[in-house]
Design a protein around this ligand. Structure first.
Ligand code: SAH
Ligand code: SF4
Ligand code: F3S
Length: 462
């Protein structure tokens, strides 16, 4: 269901906590793990914390409210989150009024919520992502009712407008346009922890984008687990066209696209608005082998993926293509893995994010018999990384001597010298010298050196 925050009980809880906190000078922090969805959610959690009277800080040791926004995508991510949560035990001992909450995808796993309830007594609540708007209620229950809460169970989730956002950046903004996932790729936990797909209304998204452009934001990234599965009053290509059509000096990105929904219409809009829509396309392949893609439930095959890549390149010849690969999915043979390497050699992605397959409890692949030994995954991963590193370096070398339009993201000090960094329109990281520029500016940078993962250059004076 699409709701506004005012139609829920949340404003009442915000008021109660705010009253309780009055004159007490309270601080809050939100620690974010995982993907851009979590970053966007954390910005909403921060807005609600601010509305409840907390001052936001990065220093956990000062805080009266600590929220850990967790990721469940691989085992390593879960271990990291639990270790961070565990570290706050000592702070809680010093400050019995400290509220520690665990949000994000791990909080939606019943066995994790149970473990936290039983073994992490310093944690006051867990809250799954599909119920983010109930965050103030849980803080309120902890503070006023002295009750621990472990909310679980809403599979569907609502779309709740009006939560506000305290944005990390003042020039780049995330705009979530859809939530959840219906695809149930056999290795993936996301559909279990983020619920079913649900999309925001186009008018709400467009109003948010117009406001951001009015505030001077230079880059808007439309976000969704499967951003191109967006389905509301209008289609995703139409939404993209309308966002790109907002007047102003800004660029649009979108992620992550599922290959099955990379339609001809979407590719046509991508081509028609090149310049406004940044020339980068993240299109997770996962595997180059048809039997593995089938076992993964990805619903496309090798040939269809290659056709999509060809169409994208025809529409936008200077597009930077990036992808995700899983190494060592159950049953992956040497031959299957060679098929993946073969696609990487054929497509020549600008960059590939590769992950060793990690068993996720409750998913279909977790029960598959033919798990690949860790040592084999390791060896395959090394081969993949070596090969991709060379391809990325060769592609980046072709940028040498060229001038790129870059958004300035940060100032960095390296060996006593001041450098800036930012992203080219293809979303490549570039470090550069400048005699003067501001974070958030569009500048022209001449590329003088290239590595596999980043570029180096000098700002051209205008
Ligand atoms: N919705 C996106 C990405 C989701 S998660 C998509 O469908 O492409 C980001 C990446 O994590 C995935 O693309 C996949 O490569 C990786 N991933 C997901 N589950 C994994 C698992 N169990 N083990 C290893 N990598 C995984
Ligand atoms: Fe996971 Fe597949 Fe959904 Fe992506 S599309 S979030 S990989 S289930
Ligand atoms: Fe992790 Fe959840 Fe994102 S599992 S990758 S934070 S959707």
């Amino acid at each position: 269901m699409n709701l506004n925050l005012h139609e829920t009980d949340t404003p009442r809880y915000i008021e109660r906590v705010k009253k309780y906190n009055e004159g007490k000078n309270k601080y809050a922090t939100v620690i974010t793990l995982g993907c851009q969805q979590n970053e966007a959610d954390s910005e909403k959690i921060k807005a609600m914390a601010r509305d409840m009277g907390y001052t936001l800080t990065d220093k956990a040791e000062l805080c009266d409210l600590i929220v850990v926004n967790t990721c469940a995508i691989r085992e390593h991510a879960e271990q990291k989150a639990l270790s961070i949560v565990g570290n706050f035990k000592a702070l809680r001992r010093e400050n019995p009024d400290l509220v520690v909450g665990v949000c994000g995808c791990m909080a939606a796993e019943p066995h994790v919520a149970e473990k936290i309830k039983k073994s992490y007594h310093h944690v006051s609540f867990t809250l799954e992502p599909s119920m983010l708007h109930r965050f103030p209620e849980l803080v309120c229950r902890t503070l006023l009712d002295r009750r621990r809460s472990f909310v679980l169970g809403l599979d569907e989730g609502d779309v709740v407008e009006g939560m506000g956002s305290v944005r990390l950046s003042s020039h780049k903004a995330w705009v979530s346009i859809m939530y959840g996932c219906n695809n149930f790729c056999s290795y993936c936990i996301v559909p279990y922890v983020r619920g079913r797909e649900r999309s925001r209304k186009s008018e709400d998204i467009l109003a948010e984008c117009r406001e951001l452009v009015g505030l001077g934001y230079k880059e808007i990234t439309l976000l969704g687990q499967n951003v191109n599965s967006y389905r509301a009053d209008i289609s995703f290509p139409e939404l993209l066209r309308r966002v790109a059509g907002i007047p102003g000096d800004f660029i649009v990105r979108f992620m992550t696209s599922h290959p099955k929904d990379a339609s001809d219409e979407l590719i046509a809009v991508f081509g028609d608005y090149s310049g406004k829509i940044a020339p980068s396309f993240h299109l997770p392949l996962q595997s180059g082998s048809d039997p593995i893609l089938k076992a993964m439930n990805r619903t496309y095959n090798r040939q269809r993926y290659l056709d999509t890549v060809r169409k994208i390149r025809e529409a936008v010849p200077d597009v930077a293509l990036t992808s995700d690969i899983i190494v060592g999915f159950p049953g992956e043979t040497d031959e299957d893995f060679e098929a993946t390497l073969d696609i990487l050699r054929t497509v020549r992605f600008d960059m590939v994010f590769s992950f060793n397959y990690s068993i996720r409890e409750g998913t279909r692949a977790a029960g598959m018999q033919n798990q690949v030994p860790e040592q084999v995954k390791k060896e395959r991963m090394t081969r993949l990384l070596d090969m991709q590193c060379e391809i990325s370096r060769e592609i980046n070398d072709t940028h040498l001597g060229k001038t790129e339009r870059v958004i300035v993201d940060a100032v960095e000090k390296k060996d006593g010298a001041v450098l800036y960094n930012g992203r080219t329109s293809q979303n490549k990281l570039v470090h550069f010298t400048s005699s003067g520029c501001k974070i958030g500016d569009f500048v022209k940078v001449k590329i003088t050196r290239a590595g596999a993962f980043d570029l180096f250059g000098e700002m051209e004076e205008i």
